[in-house]
Design a binder for this molecule. Structure first.
Ligand code: RAM
Length: 369
């Protein structure tokens, strides 16, 4: 198992979160957590897995990601497929053409017609999928969200990659640290409707405004690259032109951060970058000193987001859970999880804490995801 190098900062944030009762919902102790690490190869089937196989056989499980062409989404799908197929289920993966709610509504309607047993969706809009997903649930389909949530009325529960507050805190503290505690900073986000990015940005703003520690930081702009590399590149270039004194860009999207990293590094810009990125795409940009655009960033294991989502889908279909807070289920070799209340009034299952990638560990991870 790869060694975890979690920053002192994150440990402190996690401890605080756990003490305040809003930490991750995984039931195993922190030392044995492997949720954000690569899945271990399973050589022999455990009794639980055999039972799951029997229970999931003949059922069809659909996953709808935000959009095609995003390697992060493909990693989530990989984890989902691996778990469902290992348990005897049939998998349908749908990557819509564009990261829009309309594209996802069409896919949902087609899956309802096909009579699938379960749909999990990374929502491109918090509310716009509601009618289609309610229709799915009325037809007996078990509906959950993962990565980017729908509103509570449109889901039974949500596989959340990490606590929203924890992600906001990690990113805000990174902006503070990298900027030296003062100056202009900007955000390069995904789409303007994405539930997950909007929640993380909201958390960052609240943290910034609620603590005088951040008073010298000025958020000058929030730009949307729509999880499209070209648009993310263009909005980054425009930020550098419009704000010559910009000190830090925070991109809470794997597509946005990779595009921004290239712009900043190619230009030899003094503006630095942090956010949420795939190690495989960011290894060339993470380093200390003028030659590198990104001192450090965060993420979690997207394959495990998909795996957790698969276990949630199976538990819903098998009737082991209904999605209510307090219910527990076993996610194979990932261990036991508890469903908890989410900030939006619905419920969620939190995979684990965000993980910091920096020059000391990026080489270990760049070939994994
Ligand atoms: C992009 C997508 C995804 C998000 C990651 C961090 O790939 O917007 O939803 O979770 O970034």
């Amino acid at each position: 198992m790869k060694k975890k190098l979690v920053s002192v900062l994150m440990c402190a944030a996690m401890t605080a979160a756990l003490l305040s009762g809003c930490g991750g919902s995984k039931d195993t102790p922190a030392e044995s957590q492997s949720a954000n690490e690569p899945a271990a190869e399973t050589e022999t089937k455990t009794e639980t897995e055999s039972n799951e196989e029997a229970a999931s056989g003949g059922k069809t499980y659909a996953m709808i990601t935000k959009a095609a062409g995003n390697p992060y989404n493909e990693k989530e799908a990989e984890g989902f497929k691996e778990v469902i197929e290992a348990n005897g289920g049939t998998v349908i993966i749908q990557h819509p053409e564009a990261a829009t709610a309309d594209a996802q509504v069409s896919v949902i309607q087609s899956l309802i017609s096909q009579g699938v047993d379960s749909i999990c969706v990374a929502a491109n809009d918090t509310n716009a999928l509601q009618a289609a997903l309610e229709e799915a649930m009325d037809a007996g389909i078990k509906v959950s969200s993962f990565d980017s949530s729908t509103n509570p009325a449109s889901r039974m529960t949500f596989a959340n990659q990490a606590g929203t507050q924890e992600i906001g805190q990690a990113l805000m503290d990174a902006v503070y640290d990298i900027s030296g505690g003062s100056g202009q900073w900007a955000i390069v986000s995904a789409t303007s409707q994405a539930t997950n990015q909007n929640a993380w940005i909201e958390a960052m703003k609240e943290i910034m405004e609620s603590d005088s520690k951040y008073a010298e930081l000025e958020l000058v702009s929030v730009e949307y690259g729509d999880d499209v590399p070209e648009k993310s590149t263009t909005v980054t270039q425009a930020l550098l032109t419009n704000y010559p004194d910009l000190k830090v860009i925070c991109a809470p999207t794997t597509v946005g951060i990779a595009a921004a990293a290239k712009v900043l590094q190619d230009q030899g810009s003094s503006c630095k970058l942090t956010g949420l990125g795939l190690p495989s795409e960011m290894a060339a940009y993470i380093g200390d000193g003028d030659d590198f655009s990104c001192p450090y960033m965060f993420l979690w294991n997207p394959i495990d987001v998909g795996r957790l989502s698969a276990y949630i889908s199976m538990a819903l279909v098998n009737g082991d859970i209904t999605g209510a807070a307090g219910e527990t289920f076993t996610a194979g070799d990932m261990g036991s999880y508890t469903i908890v209340e989410a900030a939006d009034g619905g419920t969620e299952v939190i995979l684990g804490p965000p993980f910091k990638f920096d020059p000391s560990n990026i080489a270990e991870w760049k070939d994994i995801y």
